[in-house]
Design a protein around this ligand. Sequence first.
Ligand code: SF4
Length: 212
Amino acid sequence: MRYDRLEGCRICPRLAAHLDQVRDTHPGYRCLPVGAAGSASSKLLLVGLAPGLHGANRTGRPFTGDASGTFLFAALARAGLASDPDPLKARLVNVRLTNAVKCLPPQNRPTAAEMEACSGYLRGEIGELWSPRVKLARCVLCLGRLAHRSVGIAIGQRLPEFRHGQLCEVVPNLWVADSYHPSRQNTNTRRLTTEMFDVVLEDVKSVVGLAS
Ligand code: SF4
């Protein structure tokens, strides 16, 4: 699968039809697959589940335009990983953002087959982050259980069960970390608080040599 073909990808018929339908009802929304944001030479890759209807699906940039992005960019700015807490103004610093599934799924729930189909793009992004030739630590932070599962598929490794705050070196110099997703549902219920997420970001910065 060629990563440069992402924008025109319609491999998943259900998701392609859904994007066409959403484009009809929201003509100003981008409604295309959404690739990664941030430099490919970053030390950290944060992986969410899929573009949000009014967020990345509208703006074309992961975690930009909805409540998840507001929470995430504020945390990235506190951690020195974004130049500004405003997702529309921020420049990412040593961190790249992406999603496991690049197209908006109905009810925010991709199927297992769609996650598998899209794993080649995520594999490409992880391949830009880390390779066995690079002898420096790199880290993938999975935002939520399904992102964790997709990262395991993409790297072809059986990962430990998802656990918020977990951080493990799955192959030499490639670390995988877990956090609850910064969805409105998780942050409003305080399943994920700013303090909890700040701790995760400090941990992942530490393993890649970016500690404050
Ligand atoms: S989810 Fe991924 S594989 Fe499926 S159509 Fe979108 S970009 Fe292509």
